[in-house]
Design a binder for this molecule. Structure first.
Ligand code: MEV
Length: 442
């Protein structure tokens, strides 16, 4: 068994690598070489990455791709995407081009309010707590003025603070439920700092509130934290076209395609097992842009799936219908995004991504990300309801399989040509590769 390590974070980077490779690898020398292979030769850039987190030993690369031909509210974009899944960028690009020729994406920010809560325990009279809250609320706001001042100058800040009685759910549990407008910042640090200040003021003022008994004055603050559930930081994306402008497929007329597509959406609306995969397809597009633009994809994921369950049952984020002779497909999704602060000012590729998008503000970025999600969902449903997903997916995965077999450049060219008209699977690629290798040796 490996002995626990003390003070690991204080070791130098090479000592950390030494410790890891000697303890966990059968071939420490090779492991060391592979870890170091991804270091950046620009030492300043490497240091930047080293300092993003604790205990950095290397960099973890993901492809940074682009999906061109997105027309969103009449403006065209090339969307940067950071993702490892073979078919995502290709699918987004294909869907973007399809909708560019049919008026593009129409998007709208519905609201931009964010939420934070101070969770506390109190065992006493609720009416006294209400009286205390009323008297302390101005002070809660006043004591955060030094933090909110700049945000307020730009039109944001704390929108409201409410006292919420949660004792039906949990004995003695109450909240200060605060709403915020954080403009172009995702706002996590701003919100959390305000909440921690509320908690301090709330606790100390309770000790001197005259109406409280000795026990009532001892409010127990449990924690102060923003919520990643942001149903009021919401964006809508939509595409629509005449049914006669849809594409025919070898087996489906335009109307049949529209109807089958809508059926697929209806299934995701009522069936959670399907809804999760359907929404995962949406998140393929969303996460890739969120990551490329330096935002927190875990927060976005958590908030999106919570929103998908808002009616008590997990359901599809997107919807579709035929309205007269028009096919409509749309989605609403909560997206708390920022274009200033955090990684946006630090990570060189995030800077590139934001410049490529024309330095969007947070509202514009919400709309771009929502369009990418809807495009991805459209592409997935179109494949699923026509050819099936594997055809396109495996074509894109072909390179990965060839790389696993260490195919040469020449072999790759031959294989790509061969698999244009043949189904791709792991074993079919292996067989084809073996046979061209045999032929080459004959
Ligand atoms: C794969 O990453 C995403 C899909 O499964 C989405 C879907 O089923 O709608 C293709």
């Amino acid at each position: 068994m490996i002995k626990p390590v003390k003070g690991f974070s204080k070791l130098s980077k090479s000592d950390k690598i030494e410790w890891i490779t000697t303890n966990y690898f059968s071939d420490p020398k090779t492991a060391k070489r592979l870890i170091k292979q991804y270091w950046n030769s620009d030492s300043k850039l490497q240091q930047l990455h080293d300092e993003f987190i604790e205990n950095t030993i290397s960099n973890y690369y993901l492809p940074f791709g682009v999906a061109p031909n997105f027309l969103i509210n009449g403006k065209s974009y090339t969307i940067p995407m950071a993702i490892e899944e073979s078919s995502v960028v290709a699918a987004a690009s294909k869907a973007a081009k399809f909708w560019m020729d049919r008026g593009g994406f129409k998007t709208k920010v519905i609201a931009t309010t964010k939420i934070g809560q101070v969770h506390f325990m109190y065992s006493g009279s609720f009416s006294k707590l209400k009286a205390f809250f009323k008297s302390v609320k101005p002070k809660l706001l006043e004591n955060t003025k030094h933090m909110t001042h700049n945000m307020e100058k730009r039109g944001g800040g704390i929108l409201d603070i409410e006292l919420i009685d949660k004792t039906e759910d949990l004995k003695d549990y109450y909240q200060l439920h605060a709403t915020f407008e954080t403009l172009d910042a995702m706002g996590a640090n701003f919100i959390n700092s305000c909440l921690e200040q509320f908690a301090k003021t709330f606790k100390s003022e309770a000790l001197i509130f005259e109406q409280f008994s000795e026990t009532e004055s001892h409010i127990q603050i449990v924690m102060s934290i923003l919520s990643n559930y942001v149903p009021n930081c919401l964006v809508r994306a939509e595409v629509s076209c005449l049914i006669s402008d849809l594409d025919e497929t070898p087996t489906l007329s335009k109307l049949e395609f529209a109807q089958k597509f809508i059926r697929a959406v209806n299934i995701a609306e009522v069936e959670p097992y399907r809804a999760v995969t359907h929404n995962k397809g949406i998140m393929n597009g969303i996460d890739a842009v969120v990551l490329a633009t330096g935002n927190d994809f875990r927060a976005i994921e958590a908030g999106a799936h919570a929103y998908a369950s808002r009616n008590g049952k997990y359901s599809s984020l997107s919807h579709a219908e035929i309205d007269g002779d028009t096919f409509k497909f749309w989605m609403e999704i909560p997206l708390a995004l920022g274009t200033v602060g955090g990684l946006t000012n630090l990570h060189p590729l995030v800077k590139i991504a934001l410049e490529m998008l024309g330095q969007p503000n947070a509202k514009e970025l919400m709309q771009i990300v929502a369009a990418a999600g809807l495009a991805q969902n459209f592409a997935a449903l179109r494949s699923l309801t026509t050819t099936g997903i594997q055809e396109g997916h495996m074509k894109m995965h072909l390179m990965n399989i060839l790389n696993q077999f260490n195919a040469t450049k020449e072999e790759k060219t031959k294989m790509v040509a061969y698999f244009k008209n043949n189904p791709v699977s792991h074993s079919s690629v292996e067989d084809a590769l073996i046979s061209i290798r045999l032929m080459a040796n004959e």
